[in-house]
Design a binder for this molecule. Structure first.
Ligand SMILES: CC(C)(COP(=O)(O)OP(=O)(O)OC[C@H]1O[C@@H](n2cnc3c(N)ncnc32)[C@H](O)[C@@H]1OP(=O)(O)O)[C@@H](O)C(=O)NCCC(=O)NCCS
Length: 179
């Protein structure tokens, strides 16, 4: 668990997600789906049930190349980050991150703190590469990732369809052996 003072005076706590967080996390993700067009689901479209998310969190807690953390202010979860990898010897050094913060708390450097936390954890756990995919028009996300050292590695076209328009996704990566 880490604590940070935010520029609005609040105290931010970043900690591992527990099984008890599942319901609150689903509420946050369902809310987030309606706040931004940059998640793969819309308002109230998050697909996992509480039980399914608890099973996932349990699996994450048992493996040293999976991470699920929450950002908390005043005992309320306002953001999450996860990092998914698999068990294969050939690919367990690399994985993909997902991040989402309640819109009311954007711009407070919470994304920066969550990704910093991931980088420290990753280096301590044998991860040498972090990947992500971001919609081409997600300027805030791309700004954050570039600031953290991620570089663009490729473009996948027609990855997202929203309001009658296709969007590409930018693949970005952070090589921890170079950082
Ligand atoms: C993307 C997201 C995680 C960023 O979180 P955050 O806590 O606002 O991020 P930070 O405050 O740490 O950093 C954001 C950076 O973007 C900059 N920024 C803000 N608005 C911007 C804009 N319209 N265009 C470009 N950059 C912008 C900020 O100035 C800041 O950079 P700085 O630290 O150099 O000043 C958050 O906005 C979010 O959850 N969005 C919805 C879900 C999403 O997009 N998830 C990622 C999918 S890949």
């Amino acid at each position: 668990m880490d604590k940070y003072n935010l520029k609005n005076g609040s105290e931010l706590i970043i900690r591992n997600a527990t099984l008890e967080d599942a319901k609150e996390l689903i509420e946050l993700l369902n809310k987030g789906g309606g706040q931004t067009d940059f998640l793969p689901f819309g308002k109230d479209e998050y697909s996992l049930s509480v039980k399914e998310l608890q099973n996932m969190l349990e699996r994450f807690s048992k493996r040293d190349n999976l991470l699920y953390i929450v950002a908390e202010i005043n005992s309320k979860i306002i953001g999450m980050l996860n990092f998914r990898s698999n068990n294969s010897k050939k690919t367990k050094h690399v994985g993909e991150l997902g991040i989402m913060i309640d819109k009311e708390s954007w711009g407070l450097s919470i994304g920066t703190h969550l990704i910093n936390y991931l980088i420290v954890w990753a280096k301590a756990n044998g991860i040498t590469k972090i990947n992500l995919r971001v919609r081409e028009d997600n300027a805030r996300g791309i700004r954050l990732y570039k600031k953290m050292g991620f570089v663009e590695e490729g473009i996948l076209t027609k990855e997202n369809f929203s309001n009658g328009k296709y969007y590409s996704c930018v693949f970005m990566g952070l090589d921890l052996e170079k950082k």
